[in-house]
Design a binder for this molecule. Structure first.
Ligand code: AMP
Length: 562
């Protein structure tokens, strides 16, 4: 691990991307392929390849206590170090006692596997201790960073891909494609090393990246990017990618978690589809009885975050999966095909059984983009109807109709665009009612007053400025008492620094906040403040990396000024 840690230090020391990839490429070349494969996965900040979905489940606060115990430092000294260094890995590097290095890459991987398999926090922590006592402080720094899931050396997975391509003389698109198909940087590296990238085959049941949308403030703006739009309702639920093959089906969330068990009524329907498929869509609470339309997000909320769902809840809050895209069909990846063609492939894939259009779409059929392509439903599986629009008037009409159906707004898509996993571009636009909301990360929490005494109900939140989170506001309202109680429990288990009335917490929770307007202010580090911020919802479906950036804040500010 010494070479790995030293390489990380060198990568962190430069902000130039080209230099970073050159350092990684040079390092990988010094290793045999099996070790280089492990290093590549670690360099992406993960203990295991993406497709495995294995997690270590070692909490930040117990890791903190472990570092404290091994170092023999007081809580105060550790907090001081944290304040200076900003992450627990760096703290470990600074406070752990000097030791001989005896931890190899292979041994580290094997420790991680044992930790993942160990049951209960005590057994896991015992293994962490064993591992930390076998490495130098510098190695410990990076071991801890991998455990907490963030190397913070400015190396995204895409840069590791570039470095692997450089190390073994592969083309970057070829390498990216293999990694996407396999969901495994290590396996991809081995293929690159053997000059066999072309042999990578789609591994189903590991999530591909989701295509993301950019906000559009008006119909006119939306049509400035492409003239003819394919338009769907923006359903207010949670995004899910379905993998279906050989009579089995699994669902993945945007955070790439397997959420199949939370929606036990969906897999049987998905599994009954013919062929191997990867579908993209939204799970919504659905009114099957009367209106055949989506229920508000608050209804679906009761179903979220549960591993086991009772029959009662399934009956009370029925869900439907509204499918709007297809990424893979019967041996072929279709993401490079234009949306127009994917829609046709999707139509065929879902055409096996037809049932009538949802009632809520009866009035709207004249505008459907695919004439013979009525929304198809296999009980709980629905084809999200697509419309065509080429004028602002048409878009505004569709927007009003979508709102009347209880949906959030519109998704406006370029029919000529490929599906770009993990990327936010202007090929998919979202149009919502509020002028703007921000997705922010909670960085600190405080105890509330009055009936919220004893509850962590005041949240300070931040947006990204490059690799750094900068605070932009504070919100107190918007969540239910039950949510606040649940959040309080989570925050207490993820405290990084106890400042008395204020607790600095692990920056993991994403909130969507609405506000009346935005102003310049030096009260917060971002240089902006929000007027009347309120929490719209907890975005359990978003990773902290997906929260908004300071550029988006500037954009909203400039628009508002105009
Ligand atoms: P937002 O979460 O506000 O960034 O908006 C993007 C999200 O809208 C996607 O991730 C989906 O979960 C959701 N969505 C709802 N309906 C659609 C649709 N028809 N097409 C694409 N995304 C949709």
């Amino acid at each position: 691990m010494r070479g790995f840690a030293e390489t990380c230090e060198r990568i962190a020391a430069t902000s130039k991307k080209l230099e970073k990839t050159a350092i990684v490429a040079e390092y990988l070349r010094t290793l045999a392929a099996p070790e280089a494969a492990i290093a590549a996965v670690f360099l992406s900040g993960r203990p295991f390849p993406l497709w495995e979905e294995t997690t270590l489940q070692v909490g930040g606060s117990s890791l903190w206590r472990m570092v404290q115990e091994i170092s023999g430092k007081t809580d105060h000294a550790l907090r001081e170090a944290y304040r200076k260094l900003g992450d627990l890995g760096a703290v470990a590097g600074a406070v752990l006692p000097p030791r001989e290095s005896s931890l190899t890459l292979t041994a580290t991987e094997s420790f991680f596997r044992q930790i993942a398999a160990a049951r209960g926090p005590a057994a896991k922590l015992a293994l962490v201790r064993e591992m930390l006592t076998q490495c130098t402080p510098l190695e410990a720094k990076y071991v801890v960073k991998i455990i907490t899931g963030d190397l913070r050396i400015g190396l995204k997975e895409s840069l590791v891909e570039e470095a692997i391509a450089k190390a073994y003389g592969s083309t970057l698109p070829g390498l990216q494609r293999a990694n996407m198909l396999l969901g495994d940087l290590g396996e991809t590296l081995k293929l690159a090393e053997a000059q066999k990238l072309g042999e990578a085959r789609m591994r189903l049941f590991h999530p591909l990246g989701f295509m993301l949308a950019s906000p559009a403030e008006s119909a006119e703006e939306a049509l400035s990017y492409f003239e003819n739009a394919l338009v769907e309702d923006k359903y207010d639920g949670i995004r899910a990618q379905a993998h279906c093959a050989n009579g089995a089906a699994r669902l993945f969330s945007r955070t790439r978690d397997d959420i199949t068990e939370s929606f036990p009524e969906l897999p049987p329907v998905l599994a009954s589809l013919a062929g191997d498929l990867i579908l993209d869509g939204e799970i919504v609470a659905w009114n099957f009885a009367d209106s055949g339309q989506a229920l508000p997000f608050t209804a679906l909320q009761q179903r979220l975050g549960r591993k086991k769902v009772s029959d009662k809840l399934i009956a009370e809050v029925p869900v439907a999966y509204l499918v709007f895209d297809i990424l893979y069909a019967n041996g072929e990846l279709c993401i490079d095909k234009p949306l127009r063609e994917r829609a046709e492939i999707l139509r065929k894939a879902l055409a096996a059984e037809r049932i009538p259009v949802p009632h809520s779409f009866h009035q709207a059929q004249g505008l459907l983009a695919f004439g013979d392509n009525e929304p198809v439903a296999l009980e709980r599986l629905l084809r999200a109807p697509a419309f065509q629009a080429s004028s602002a008037t048409e878009l505004d009409g569709l927007f009003e109709a979508a709102r009347a159906r209880g949906n959030e707004g519109l998704m406006i898509k370029d029919p000529a665009s490929p599906y770009t996993p993990g990327r936010r571009g202007k090929s998919w636009l979202k149009m919502k009612r509020e002028l703007a909301t921000l997705d922010v990360v909670v960085t600190a929490v405080e105890y509330g007053h009055g009936k919220r005494i004893g509850m962590l109900s005041d949240y300070t939140f931040a947006v990204w400025e490059e690799e750094r989170l900068v605070n932009i506001g504070k919100a107190y309202s918007g969540l239910t008492d039950a949510e606040i109680a649940q959040m309080t429990e989570w925050f207490l288990a993820h405290v990084i620094e106890d400042q008395g009335i204020r607790l600095v917490v692990e920056p993991k929770v994403v909130l969507e906040v609405a506000f009346n307007n935005m102003m310049l202010s030096d009260r917060h580090e971002s240089g902006y403040a929000l007027r009347f911020p309120r929490i719209v919802r907890i975005r359990e479906d978003k990773l902290p990396e997906e929260a908004d950036t300071i550029e988006r804040v500037r954009e909203i500010y400039e628009k508002q000024k105009a």
